[in-house]
Design a protein around this ligand. Structure first.
Ligand code: HXC
Length: 262
């Protein structure tokens, strides 16, 4: 534990119905993603993935940041061999592979690894005060958790190149304009906005939600023909499920569907 930390847990987990809210909680260092915090996050996501009652997860940060990136204190002494020997990137891989919807409620700075963490989520809600950026260039580094790949896919090559090469931050409004942010709300309403989306997702068939997320993820990982095939297979797979029968029948009978997740 860093000297400036108290016994307060570095990660908070709250359950609201079918939604888990995870809060990065190192506000004094703007929720810098220490190796311990990344591990705690991966563990929390592992629990949320395994719990059938959890339908969506909201990720946010305590204080004035979502996360201001990897913990520079730890990076300062890191070596290539140290990275290879550590499980730091396991956490990143687990976030990226998380099978249920992840909503980033970006309350403040989302920089470096913090921006990469938000971009690994499925939906990004931002406070008007949020700032997004990849400032690694100021440290003599480059993004290491997907920034050079996900940022261009979100905002296009030219803006992403400017952000990565100059370290400029985007405002939340710019993020929304360029496709990085779903919606921008006043600071006090960030969690409400994220909860509203999470609750809407949690009200759907968990089987269909899972297949939809898997198919959407393929957009960035496969050529179009393969992605279309994967979508079709996941579409077929839903036929014969109780939820698919229930959903279509409920529509025809003009009533609300009752999902079983089977
Ligand atoms: C460790 C950090 C930190 C970080 C802020 N702090 N960011 N500590 N790692 N990433 C600490 C500061 O040292 C300071 O501690 C306290 O948090 C408050 O920050 P200030 O700088 O005083 O606040 P402010 O002036 O408002 O500036 C905010 C800021 C700035 C613009 C966000 O803190 C900043 O530039 N942070 C670094 C952002 C960054 O470079 N991120 C990329 C990291 S590399 P004290 O003790 O002085 O109060 C990365 C690679 C990921 O993420 C690759 C995957 C592993």
């Amino acid at each position: 534990m860093a000297a400036n930390e108290t016994a307060e847990p570095i990660l908070l987990e709250d359950r609201r119905g079918a939604v888990v809210e995870i809060t990065l909680n190192r506000p004094k260092v703007l929720n810098a993603l220490s190796f311990a915090l990344l591990r705690a996050l991966a563990d929390a996501l592992g629990r949320a993935a395994a719990d059938e009652g959890v339908r969506a997860v909201i990720l946010t940060g305590a204080g004035r940041a979502f996360a201001a990136g990897a913990d520079i204190q730890e990076l300062a002494d890191m070596t290539a061999a140290g990275f290879i020997a550590s499980d730091v990137f396991r956490a990143w891989d687990e976030v990226a592979a998380f099978p249920k919807p992840l909503i980033a409620a970006v309350n403040g700075y989302a920089l470096g690894g913090g921006c990469e963490l938000a971009m690994s989520c499925d939906i990004i809600v931002a406070s008007q005060e949020a700032r997004f950026g990849q400032p690694e260039i100021f440290l003599g580094l480059i993004p290491g958790a997907g920034g050079t790949q996900r940022l261009p896919r979100a905002v296009g090559k030219y803006l992403a190149s400017e952000l990565v090469l100059t370290g400029r931050q985007l405002t939340a409004a710019e993020g929304e304009r360029f496709g990085l942010v779903n919606r921008v709300v006043p600071p006090a309403l960030v969690m409400d906005a994220a909860r509203e989306i999470a609750d809407r997702i949690a009200a759907q068939s968990p089987l269909a939600v899972r297949q939809a997320k898997a198919a959407l993820r393929a957009v960035y990982e496969t050529p179009l023909a393969q992605g279309l095939e994967l979508e079709r297979q996941r579409f077929y797979a839903l036929f014969g499920s109780e939820d698919q029968r229930e959903g279509t029948r409920a529509f025809l009978e003009k009533r609300a569907a009752v999902w079983k997740g089977r």
